[in-house]
Write a protein that binds this ligand. Structure first.
Ligand code: SF4
Length: 732
């Protein structure tokens, strides 16, 4: 059944990390329409093609509507009993590290919170990781190395207030379209504003750029190291800031200078291009450097992040209007997951799993029987452990790793051979569902109830306006029901997402001296009614705000203090004069000495291509599809933009290989092969091909691009290198 009519509900788009506010209207006949929420400070009424087509994606075709066991319809009690029994038996026989959860940036914060609590505090393993590992783990690691905590310093207004916006490894026009619209509007108002795009490919974002640097894949560390060396010779260096608020500058500069002589070969750029970029950075005070998957999805992703942050620290351009490094998160709730510890190497409320005091505090707060005492398996390691039998029971929630993981065919084999696999999803026929012993129907967008956090730390509500279809249930409820059957009912007796959110806030405040300055009780004791009324807000919010917020990092007892006065509350320049919160305006960071760290990073590029595989494959998104297309493919409008899987190929490469436009081509790597259609375009540089990530076996045979990608990961963050794969190409 579908909704009762007449409702007009404010909610949040479920796709990218921009986190746009949406108003969903349900007519009396049940017809749903959506429009941008003009009052939401992330989008002020704007929506992109995907957001505006949301109403076309909510039908029930293909939905998973009731639990299944081995392909037969089962009741909830039978399915939940089986999941709890299998997990309990596996833990009893093989220990807690023999089980794992692989979750998703599509989950709401409340879902994430209970999944993390169950795994780390009650099962006693940290084997919970997420598809956000594929998205922003290198940013998390880079933030923690530089700032002492995983903090995005800036806000969206900074992009509008900057005089120079650098977009590196980001096709903002297609991947964060509403932010692109905001940037384009700001540039139109202030034509002197400069935009620099750093991307091997001349993506659609280049149309807005004053300068496009077609960098060699993975040349970013060399480029930003060279920039640091250049800044050190220039008047732009902020000696006072470096002395008072940072450490490690000399070592970082020495490492930066080491590769200066090779910068042209390492970056693939001309001397003139490099100098022009360095000059505009040096001479522009208000600089924001945005980075996304082109930076993160690399075997040197964390180093790239720190090479960028180093340049902002060297100039003191951080935490002030129009200045700072800015990580653009890919998923709607990658940030919310981070806040509640939904990564294998984090605890909860930004506390550290390696820190015994943090572990003791979280265990005591949860009144938990155990607490994970070491990091769990990150995504790639997790599926390797499934493959070799160390993990024997796996619960996958809201994600499709058979398509999205690197070495996707090996991941498919691992899941197929795993003794017990549970999949919670909204769709019945995903590539991963095919291997599940138990399928659990989850609620989808428009049915779910909870919160998400976007790239600028803004928490927004996703509110339901559709009835739950079939027997589908909220993810948080499914997890709590399993926890209860495993004997942990008291700790998981939540009756609503509001209660979970309140506990998350209370944990953030627990023994947290900084919380005094933030009327944290307002959230920790949040009623269901207040939760339902929550307006979008950024954390941390000051005590004077209507809804005081949890303080995520703070003066935990006995630790290096932060001074809340370092959080600068400023008037935003955007419409609505929203009060925005930037971090580090006064240079107080979260390391114990309150200083930021320069990180010495080496500029090296691992040569992956060879005679057999002479081209570099780059993977990414297209404008009108989301992830593995389970929702967006339902919209004919969205599917008409680019209807088939394709490979962008440079005209000279195509001519050399005898490939004609629109012909089928075979792309091969040591890990697999795919068939896609050739799209010959000068936007693609010579020697490289681009293939979108979205198509699965469900929508096109032999087009799962991640089957070509090896399981190479960044050694610090564990994020896979999805942007730099050696392949060969031939006409089919
Ligand atoms: Fe949704 Fe992102 Fe588009 Fe906004 S920009 S409408 S959040 S997909």
């Amino acid at each position: 059944t579908r909704p009762a009519g007449g409702a007009c509900i404010k909610t949040t788009c479920p796709y990218c990390g921009v986190g746009c506010g949406v108003i969903a209207s349900v007519a009396k006949d049940g017809t749903v329409s959506v429009q941008g929420d003009p009052e939401h400070p992330s989008n002020y009424g704007r929506l992109c093609s995907k957001g505006s087509a949301l109403a076309e994606t909510i039908d029930l075709d293909g939905r998973l509507l009731y639990p299944e066991i081995d392909g037969r319809h089962a009741g909830w009690d039978e399915a939940l009993d089986l999941v709890a029994r299998k997990f309990s038996e596996t833990i009893a026989q093989h220990g807690p590290d023999a089980v794992a959860f692989y979750v998703s940036g599509q989950l709401l914060t409340e879902d994430y919170y209970v999944a993390n609590k169950l795994m780390k505090g009650f099962i006693g393993s940290a084997n919970i990781d997420t598809n956000s590992r594929l998205c922003m783990a290198s940013s998390v690691a880079g933030h923690r190395r530089a700032f002492g905590a995983d903090t995005v310093p800036g806000v969206y207004e900074d992009l509008e207030e900057a005089d120079l916006v650098i977009l590196t490894g980001s096709n903002l026009a297609w991947c964060h379209p509403v932010l692109y619209q905001r940037l384009a509007a700001a540039k139109q108002k202030r034509p002197d504003m400069k935009v620099v795009l750093i991307d091997p490919r001349r993506s659609m974002t280049a149309d807005l750029a004053d300068m496009h640097l077609a960098i060699r894949p993975d040349g970013d560390v060399a480029l930003f190291n060279g920039l640091l060396a250049h800044l050190a010779r220039s008047p732009a260096l902020d000696d006072d800031f470096i002395r008072d608020h940072t450490s490690g500058f000399a070592e970082a500069l020495e490492a930066a200078r080491a590769s200066e002589a090779d910068i042209i070969s390492l970056t693939g750029l001309s001397q003139g291009e490099i100098e022009a970029f360095y000059r505009v950075f040096e001479t522009t005070q208000r600089v924001v450097t945005c980075y996304s998957q082109g930076v993160n999805q690399s075997s040197s992703g964390t180093d790239k992040v720190n090479a960028i942050i180093n340049c902002h620290l060297a100039t003191g351009r951080i935490g002030r209007p129009g200045m700072g490094p800015f990580s653009l998160t890919g998923q709607p709730n990658a940030m919310g997951g981070r806040e509640v510890g939904g990564l294998a190497n984090m605890l909860a409320a930004h506390m550290a799993i390696e820190n015994p005091e943090h572990r003791e505090r979280v265990q005591r707060f949860w009144n938990a029987p155990v607490i994970a005492d070491k990091p769990g398996k990150k995504a790639v390691e997790m599926f390797e452990a499934v493959a070799d039998g160390r993990i024997k029971a796996l619960w996958i929630m809201g994600t499709n790793p058979v398509v999205s993981m690197p070495d996707a065919d090996a991941v498919a084999r691992a899941i197929r051979n795993c003794p017990f696999v549970v999949v919670s999803d909204i769709m019945r026929e995903t590539d991963t569902c095919a291997y599940a012993h138990v399928l659990l129907p989850a609620l989808g967008w428009g049915e779910k109830d909870g919160t998400v956090t976007n790239s600028e730390r803004r928490i927004s509500r996703q509110r339901p306006f559709l009835e739950a279809p079939g027997e589908a249930r909220a993810d948080w409820r499914i997890i709590c029901d399993v926890a209860a059957r495993m004997g942990f009912g008291e700790a998981f007796a939540f009756q609503s997402p509001a209660e979970i959110f309140a506990e998350h806030a209370a944990l953030s405040a627990f023994e947290n001296e900084g919380a005094r300055d933030f009327d944290i009780g307002g959230y920790a004791g949040l009623s269901r009614g207040k939760y339902d009324e929550l307006e979008p807000f950024q954390w941390p919010a000051p005590a004077r705000s209507v809804y005081p917020s949890p303080l995520p990092y703070s003066r935990r007892r006995g630790e290096g203090a932060i001074d809340v006065s370092t959080l600068s509350f400023m008037q935003g320049a955007g419409e609505g004069q929203e009060r925005v919160i930037r971090f580090f305006a006064n240079g107080n960071f979260y390391h114990p000495d309150r200083k930021a760290r320069f990180i010495a990073v080496q500029a090296t590029i691992t040569e992956r291509i060879n005679v057999a595989y002479p081209l570099v494959l780059n993977t990414g998104r297209i404008r009108d599809q989301w992830h593995t297309m389970t929702r967006t493919a339902k919209s004919a409008r969205l599917s008409s933009h680019l209807a088939e899987p394709f490979a962008e190929i440079n005209p000279a490469d195509a001519a050399e290989l005898g490939i004609e436009d629109a012909a089928l081509v075979r792309i091969t790597s040591p890990h697999g092969e795919i068939l896609v259609r050739a799209l010959i375009t000068p936007r693609q540089p010579r020697g490289a091909v681009f293939v979108p990530i979205h198509w699965t076996d469900q929508f096109a045979s032999n087009a799962r691009v991640d089957a070509l990608v090896p399981s190479v990961t960044d050694p610090v963050s564990g994020q896979p290198a999805l942007k730099h794969v050696a392949v060969s190409l031939e006409p089919y």
